[in-house]
Ligand binder design. Structure first.
Ligand SMILES: N[C@H](CCC[C@H](N)C(=O)O)C(=O)O
Length: 275
């Protein structure tokens, strides 16, 4: 258990907010970080955030550092896209190159600082879509570093936060997705290459203002739903907290997506010490 003062920076990427700290000297264990998460992420009794991010010494030879992410309830996630842009900008402020690499678990991602508040993250994995039907709802399940499902809603329903939260929670805990559960993305296409998104996040157990890995899953699902076949695409995903750009390649023979990039904002908010 860690019980001394912790210097941190509060950051956000499209309104998805994080407590970020340099763990290279501190070397808090993953268990310490998980047990710190509920206290530090609490919006009344703590700093308040959608997650905690530790920049740690690299666990892979090809990575410049390790990103350790925990949800506010302390649970582990495969990846956090908005958090990745934030930690990359934080790393740049600590002296890492404008183009650098980091690992999250076993995957190595590449970050590129595009401007003082825009970052692009290249995802190393290929993704494919599995269609499912639960009750009356058509769902698109996609692993974009972490667990996601995508479903379409009417434009008017995208504004009904209480309804989405209720439906999101039901799907997140649906037996079909147990034991891991899933993040749930509600989308509405605005044109062939742009869409609006609201995400119910596992581990936050609420809608967040944006979800990066969810925006990727949503862009791929929207491409799939429209049966588009172009080999390279750029989609724009509008969230409550800002706009994210998703680039990808599509192989129509194998129905797989690769060269996935997530580009969007990252901002410093304030510095502090958690006592
Ligand atoms: N907000 C994150 C996702 C956090 C993932 C987490 N909620 C989970 O998979 O449990 C993002 O920008 O990608």
């Amino acid at each position: 258990m860690f019980n001394s003062a912790l210097p941190f920076i509060k950051m956000h990427g499209a309104g998805n907010d994080f407590v970020v700290f340099d763990n290279r000297k501190l070397q808090l264990s993953e268990e310490d970080i998980a047990s710190l998460a509920p206290d530090i992420c609490d919006r009344k009794f703590g700093v308040g955030s959608d997650g905690i991010l530790a920049l740690s010494i690299p666990q892979k030879p090809e990575a410049d550092y390790t990103m350790i992410y925990r949800n506010p309830d302390g649970s582990n996630a495969g990846m956090c896209g908005n958090g990745a842009r934030c930690i990359a900008l934080f790393a740049y402020s600590l002296g890492f190159d404008a183009t650098h690499t980091f690992n999250v678990h076993n995957q190595v991602y590449q970050a590129k600082i595009i401007s003082e508040d825009t970052v692009s993250i290249s995802f190393p994995m290929e993704a494919s879509i599995s269609e499912q039907q639960i009750n009356e709802r058509r769902l698109y399940q996609i692993h974009t570093g972490t667990e996601h499902i995508v479903t379409t809603v009417e434009e008017a329903d995208l504004k009904k936060s209480d309804l989405l939260k209720k439906q999101g929670k039901k799907l997140r805990y649906h037996e079909h997705f147990q034991p891991k559960g899933t993040n749930v993305n509600f989308i509405c296409g605005t044109n062939s290459k742009s869409l609006e998104l609201q995400t119910y996040e596992r581990g936050v157990e609420d809608l967040t203002l944006a979800c990066g890995t969810g925006a990727i899953a949503s862009a791929l699902a929207w491409h799939h739903i429209q049966k588009q076949h172009q080999p390279n695409a750029k989609y724009q995903v509008k969230t409550e907290g800002g706009t994210l750009n998703i680039h990808f390649s599509f192989d129509r023979n194998t129905n797989t997506y690769s060269n996935i990039k997530l580009e969007g904002p990252a901002h410093f908010v304030f510095k502090g010490t958690f006592l």
